[in-house]
Every structure is written in structure tokens, then in C-alpha cells.
Design a protein around this ligand. Sequence first.
Ligand code: SF4
Length: 289
Amino acid sequence: MPRNPERPKQTKGKAKHVRPSASPARFSEEPVVLRARIAAAEESLKILSGPPAAIRTIDLARRINDLTDRSIRQIHEDCEDGHEIACQSGCTYCCMVPVAASTPEVLAIANYVRESFDAERKVALDRRVEINISATAGMDMDQRDRVRLDCPFLEEGQCAVYEVRPIACRGYSSYSVEDCREDYEHPGTGVEGHTNTLRELVFGAIREGLAVACKSTSVEYRLLELVRAYKIASKDSTLTETWRSRPEAFETATGESVFPGPWSAELDQEFEEVYRETVHDLKMRKRST
Ligand code: SF4
């Protein structure tokens, strides 16, 4: 997904990048991308304008995940580009790059683990989380781009939190397992993955819509590095309810503090533009209804 011409090419790393997402080539945005962003922002605002409650946080993540799944289905129904999705259960090439997720997504994953994992699985997961964090400690984004590490949520080649997996994981797809293998074998060398670009734009737009709603209601809107953020969320179950009044809670898991890199200022600026435009669009829509 060519978000930025000078950015190193990588397959899922781009899709799941830990920077705030921003649309590539905004000048050519398709209506479906704009609609997805607005729908995510409106859906999120409905919940964020109500009182804080754990159940609302989980509901917010569920609605955004549902919107992502529905939008992706629609894209594949409408778009006949002659390619087949190569992704299959058990293929984990794309589960080895850093994943970016919003706070509600992370809290929903921690809640899911709390409710559905037994003690043994939780201990094993915590161990994998620690291994992953130690292995990536002190890396900048370029260094992280050059290593492939199993996501701690992988259990025997399957995603153990599949039902609540992040938007980035839902959105990512590949038309070529050979590309994914090539990226895995030669990480950080600019292997270009072939994928459905519209699908990637739409999931990025949904993530942006959620971030716009979070920012406009003054709650944590930045993308977090999944593993470190999960660790924070798993240690403090009260966050599912209180995160909206604790903006510092995930500070050590934000993309920039985890993997500093050369692109953050540019992407921050792009997100500010997305934010301004989306808030403007939301106001216009409100006026016209
Ligand atoms: S959360 Fe699940 S789908 Fe996403 S990278 Fe980890 S194992 Fe893969």
C-alpha cells in the first residue's frame, strides 16, 4: 500500500504500521473510503458521547470491527479485479510485524482474554508477550521493520483472539503467498505485497474515523503498539471503564515512544488534515439532517 513513496516497502508492516494511519493519495480518495471514515466516526461518536462504561468500550470495538468486516465484504462483492485472496487459515507470514491498534481495540482484546482464556493459556500468553517486548526493546522503526517475530497471540499457527483481532489484522489481505514469504525471508528490503488496495484504504479510513471521534471527544486517539498496549490493559481491568479519563495510561505503548522512526511528524501532519476534514464533513452532515 503505497502510503508514502519514500517509505520503505513492506507487506503487512504498512498495513499494521504503528504510526497514526493516514490515507495515501488523498487527492484520489474514492467515495467508498470517505463513507467508511464518516461511518466509523459517527458510530464511534454515538458511544463516546455517552457516559463511560466498560460495556460501552467493548461495544465500540465490536461495532468498529463489524463495520470493518461489512465494508470488506462489500468491497469484494463489488470489486472484480480478477484476483483471488491467497490468505488461508494457518498462514502466519503477516503475523510477524508490529501491529497498530486503537485503545478500544486493545481493551476489547484484554477483556476477551480475561473472559475466555483459562489460567494456563493466560500464563503462556503473558510469557510470549514478555518475550516479544524484550526482543524489540530499544528498536527504532527501521530496525523493527527488519525483524519478523511471532505475534504473541499466535497459538499453534492460529490467532487466539481472532474474534476480536485488530482492524489492521481484519483489513490485511494478500493476493500472493509468494510475496508474503519473500517479505518474511527478506524483511525490510522493500518487498512489495500485492493486495486489494481499496480494502486497505477502507480499513485505514475506518481506523481514522475512530481516531477522529476519540480526538474530538478528548480521549486517547493515538495508535498503540499492540503487544505493549495489551500488557498494560491486561494488568488493569479497570481501564476498560476508566481509559477515557486516563489519557496517560497507554503513553508507554504509543507508536512513537515504542519505535521512534523517521515518519512520525509527516504522518501526524497527515492525520491532522484528516481530522480537520472529517470534523468539517461531520458538521456539514449534521446541518443537512
Ligand atoms: S492479533 Fe491475531 S491476526 Fe493479528 S497479528 Fe496477532 S495473531 Fe495475527
